[in-house]
Write a protein that binds this ligand. Structure first.
Ligand code: URA
Length: 198
């Protein structure tokens, strides 16, 4: 029996060779995902941008710095207790939304990541992830911070950090959503914080 880490490593190797859709022809790097294999919380964004394509890691540009800050405010960190992935693993040109066909071709990778990680809490960042993972008609402006249960997994949608950078007036609501997320983790999955000093 392979460990979760071994399974994720093997899946990553396979994913790096993917050529299922035209985005693969233009990418510099596949952006598979980042985080510990035993993470119980999974963040799902939309797709890599310029810096992610360059460095091969999700959320490493300006939006990523904001995401890291909001995560840190509730003691989440991609190096210790949270995993971050995207709906599509290759950068759409000019950062356009990934097309439905690109999402369809790429989603089996995320499904397999999901199957290995078996997260207890999923946080969809922005409309594309929320509509794809939670429900197709989800409206972020109305339903951000709400909780859903799908297949025994707790799910929520939040503003995409890039959208918060464009509309800073959404920042207080976004931080409230993170505080609610912390409460949810403490109630349903306190082991997420076990490594922290008392
Ligand atoms: N935006 C996303 O949705 N994902 C990233 O990895 C970076 C920016």
């Amino acid at each position: 029996m392979h460990s979760r880490q071994e399974q994720l490593d093997a899946l990553r190797e396979e994913c790096l060779r993917c050529s299922q859709c035209p985005l693969s022809a233009q990418r510099r790097q596949v952006v598979f995902g980042v985080g510990p294999a035993d993470a119980r919380v999974l963040f799902i964004g939309e797709g890599p941008g310029e810096y992610e394509d360059l460095y091969g890691e999700p959320f490493v540009g300006a939006a990523g710095r904001l995401l890291d800050k909001m995560m840190a405010a509730i003691d989440l960190d991609r190096r210790t207790n949270a995993y971050i992935a995207n709906i599509v693993k290759c950068r759409p040109p000019h950062n356009r939304d990934p097309l439905p066909v690109e999402q369809d071709r790429c989603l089996p990778w995320l499904r397999q990541q999901f199957g290995i990680l078996q997260p207890e809490i999923v946080v969809c960042l922005g409309r594309i992830a929320a509509c794809r993972i939670i429900k197709p008609d989800l409206r972020i402006t109305r339903e951000h911070g709400r909780y859903f249960r799908k297949g025994g997994v707790i799910m929520t949608a939040m503003f995409h950090p890039a959208a918060i950078l464009r509309n800073p007036s959404d920042k207080p609501a976004a931080f409230e959503d993170f505080l609610r997320l912390q409460e949810t983790i403490l109630r349903h999955c306190p082991s997420v914080y076990e490594h922290l000093d008392p």
